[in-house]
Design a protein around this ligand. Structure first.
Ligand code: GAP
Length: 443
């Protein structure tokens, strides 16, 4: 298969409506991306599957959806205000800024080519600042959350009370996080505004190794559900001194992106760092202390945190599921051409079914359009009556639609349609009144 370059992927995403450059009408805004009609479907499907897999299907999990902007004391307690920093250097000539840990400071500036001109590395805090209310002074400063995790710690006493869960149990949340990254880039890989899906799993401290291994297995299972190529995923045991300030053990799950091996997800043993710090800073120690209902033991639960980036999941899926194949055209002469196809898992594909009347004649569209409307009550459906059927199949392959349903002139006699499978390209004749049941079995 020809190499999938980022240029090719970015162009395809823009042309087909997965991901657009943000604010394009105004000349764009660097490193800002908008999810288009197909991208938003794919992203929503990923999030829905994650919630089903890790919240709905587990009796030991509950979810929350907390405010994006929390009391600023939260970020003091969590350590983010003091330590959530990257080392920043600036070229003295052209003032381009870099992360000191990502470049060789002995080499010339990549932008202007001048050598030995970098400033000394300085700690740069990644928190996105804002002001609450009409006064822009120090008393009004607040921060957009840099991770969804903290609300799950801060809400721990209320969740425990309301849900009547017993340790071990987990709290899950998904949503936006903001970081003032020094060097955003590589398409949606590193953004200043992105989405996370996170679990804080509360455990007895003696059981941390067991639960760490359990969640590593669950993360592996999740990769499979998303169609992410397991051969491209590698564990990185993050060494002492390089882990986040709260972690006693971290594994980064790295993915082999076209721009190199980079972090996809993380799994961390956060100990009782967060709960204990919130107890200290809020003065409410009693509220984060858990009493075991059987043994009566009182302790602050420890936490295993599997964390998943939504945007990086989507990017790893695009890379894993992309293919270019030689395939027969619909012509008579046995010719082949290149078909571009996304082999997304069927349940995650942005469009599940395309309804394609063979011609624009009323006889066919009067069957096809109501059929599309009926199926759209269940699945995301696309209706397309333009261009040759071969071109329409290729277009649907290119956006990963698992099934194309063709309404042709035979339909008027046999009340059946042709269903084409994206992956095998096999075609089957299915009775109109059996079509919904047929498709239901595929998803
Ligand atoms: N609560 C732990 C935490 O936030 P992290 O490794 O900093 O850990 C978790 O972030 C995940 O969020 C990453 O594994 C990645 O998938 C995603 N992520 C982090 N920074 C990102 C960025 N700037 N742009 C896109 N995704 C990002």
């Amino acid at each position: 298969m020809p190499e999938l370059t980022m240029d090719k992927l970015v162009a395809l995403c823009k042309n087909r409506g997965f991901i657009f450059p943000g604010s394009e009408l105004y000349g764009g805004m660097a490193n800002s991306w908008d999810y288009g009609p197909l991208g938003v479907e794919l992203k929503n499907n990923i999030k829905a599957l994650w919630w089903k897999t890790f919240v709905q299907e587990r009796l030991d999990m509950v979810g929350i959806d907390a405010a994006l902007i929390m009391n600023p004391k939260v970020w003091e307690a969590s350590g983010h205000l003091a330590t959530f920093t990257d080392p920043l250097v600036e070229c003295r000539e052209c003032h381009e800024r870099y992360r000191a840990d990502q470049i060789d400071l002995a080499r010339p500036c990549a932008k202007c080519g001048n050598k030995g001109t970098f400033t000394e590395p300085a700690s740069f805090n990644l928190m996105m600042k804002t002001w609450i209310g009409p006064k822009e002074d120090a008393t009004a400063v607040a921060y957009f959350r840099p991770e969804t995790a903290q609300a799950m710690f801060v809400d721990f006493p209320q969740v425990l009370n309301a849900s009547r869960k017993r340790v071990p149990f987990g709290v899950a949340q998904m949503g936006k996080a903001f970081r003032n990254e020094i060097t955003p880039g590589n398409f949606i890989f590193r953004q200043r505004e992105f989405e996370q899906m996170e679990i804080e799993f509360f455990i007895h401290p003696s059981e941390w190794e067991k639960w760490f291994a359990f969640w590593r297995g669950e993360m592996q299972r999740w990769l499979g559900l998303c169609g992410i190529d397991a051969a491209r995923v590698h564990d990185l045991e993050v060494p002492d001194g390089e882990r986040a300030h709260y972690s006693k053990r971290t594994i980064d799950l790295e993915f082999d992106f076209p721009f190199g091996l980079k972090e996809l997800y993380g799994l961390a043993y956060r100990t009782d760092f967060d709960l204990s710090n919130h107890a200290k800073f809020s003065g409410r120690e009693k509220d984060v202390t858990y009493t075991d209902p059987i043994s009566g033991e009182k302790y602050v639960p420890h936490v295993i945190e599997p964390t998943f980036g939504v945007d990086r999941t989507l990017l790893a899926m695009l890379v894993s599921c992309y293919d270019e194949e030689q395939a027969p055209t619909t012509g008579e002469g046995g010719e082949t051409d290149t078909r571009v196809v996304f082999h997304f898992p069927k349940t995650l594909a942005p469009i599940k079914v395309a309804i394609l009347p063979l011609s624009k004649k009323d006889e066919l569209t009067s069957v096809a359009r109501p059929l599309a409307e009926r199926l759209a009550k269940r699945w995301r459906v696309e209706y397309d009556e333009t261009q040759s059927i071969g071109k329409r199949y290729r277009r649907q392959d290119e956006i990963g639609t698992p099934y194309c349903v063709t309404v042709d002139f035979d339909t008027l006699n046999d009340s059946a349609v042709t269903v084409r499978d994206r992956d095998s390209m096999k075609q089957e004749r299915v009775k109109l009144d059996e079509l919904e049941g047929y498709l239901k079995n595929q998803f």
